[in-house]
Design a protein around this ligand. Sequence first.
Ligand code: HGA
Length: 609
Amino acid sequence: MCGIVGAVAQRDVVEILVEGLRRLEYRGYDSAGVAVVNNAGELQRVRRLGKVQALTDALSETPTPGGTGIAHTRWATHGEPSERNAHPHLSNNDLAVVHNGIIENHAALRRRLEEAGYRFDSDTDTEVIAHLVHYNRQNTASLLEAMQATAQELEGAYGTVLLDRADPERLVVARSGSPLVIGLGIGENFIASDQLALLPVTRRFIFLEEGDVAEITRSDVRIFDKSGAPVEREIHESTASYDAGDKGPYRHYMLKEIYEQPQAVANTLEGRLSETGVLDETFGNGATELFKQVKHVQIVACGTSYHSAMVARYWLECFGGVSCNVEIASEFRYRKSYVQPNSLVVTISQSGETADTLAALRLAKDLGYLGSLAICNVAGSSLVRESDLAFMTRAGAEIGVASTKAFTTQLVGLAMLVLAIGKYNGLSEDEQHGMVLALKNLPGKLDETLELASQIEELAEEFADKHHSLFLGRGEQYPIAMEGALKLKEISYIHAEAYAAGELKHGPLALIDADMPIIVVAPNNDLLEKLKSNVEEVRARGGILYVFADSEAHFESDATMRVINLPHTRWLAPILYTIPLQLLSYYVAIIKGTDVDQPRNLAKSVTVE
Ligand code: HGA
């Protein structure tokens, strides 16, 4: 969350900063701001409430050129979205600060700084960083040392960038809990919270590590670790495509990303399957030794990734021959838990920077798991770097706040994990062969499923005036019902709940009437007859049903039930049945006129807890 961009160059950097913010807008979009030191040595700041476009408009009215600058797009945690709370924040008109994260001891620091004579102009926690660095600067030899001293006093999480009017040739940056990446140019250098922001200006990146403080000038980058010792960090050459942040011919990123799923899944599978199984090295060095010993899997994740984990639990226990627990990261990290013998901990996160998931991984490492595996879409992210093994999902950049292709490729990764672990736990060669074949056929089935879009668009009309909805599924389709409900909530703001269909009679049946659409995920599997009984229970009470089914499941459309048939598939049905639910929420949101890619109150890459 929160997009940060900074640049030190000879040329005017404002356009670079604003283009970077545009590319990071998915991380927060309630306000945006920029601060630069201009040729006259003045610190100039422009901030606007709302999206980056409002800032761009303001900058075109009042050009604000400068060779060194910082910029920010905000997702508020402390203080309402407003211009006065927008970053950058200043101290004494000398220092400007942008920040991603939460300073937990901000109240105590604020009191102390107010006593020392500092005046606060915002309600944010961030402003304490500006004043504290300013305060510490008086007793230190450089801005870098002032930041190092400040880091000792800050509690919580931050990725922060500082600009000093009196020393405009450098930026000082610090990372603790929130990601920052340095972009290396020729005679100019950059900083951002995501490499995507800097792809127009460089391909060479250094990912800062926990506790790093760095000084960036036009010609040099100096990095110090948390003990203050100078360190060298590896330079990565990025292969991400320049236009990863473009919508192409699509109206929204979300639609583009829905349609990219067959290719994203094909990319995720490429080079990782043999005729009869999954190549262990897909998960990294040492995977074979680890998988041979695994008897239990603990998966930890948040949001959509948590739903993929829930599907994996069904798969791992059904085919993988091992037991599995799944837990929401923000719960796991704050409770006492027991580690089963021979347990692998698996974390799942699109960005690899999800604050709660990262904290859960760190806790798990202390608890003594056999090993850790990250399933992630961003190479070089904290989760990947800090795990023993990693499976990269190759979904490509996902910009829409509501996750689509990241989810389906996570499921592909988890399906491959099931095969990799299952082969050491009784999964026969024949079974593996059939499962591999299904994986290879999956991109084609996804293409076929996407052809249902016009039917689903038509069906969406019936949801636009509804305020509530219910999603039902059984077995491994229950988490898909949960994911469908989450999508609808996220982008159309319709209240949606998901239930395991067998639970209906324990309460939710009371809600059924003609104003409550009920979406049922109904592939042809062993639970089909049970699910059909649940469907009848709803019909008997006047409910209107929308059933996504397999033609072999023999549901018939009539006055109270609309049936949409999907291509036939067995064990990978959760991946296929996700597609119509994504399309449904997309088209409902279009009809309702909500902001599909940047829904209210949300942002992508949840780097705060
Ligand atoms: N706490 C700061 C920054 C918020 C943030 O990082 N969001 O992702 C604020 O509220 O401005």
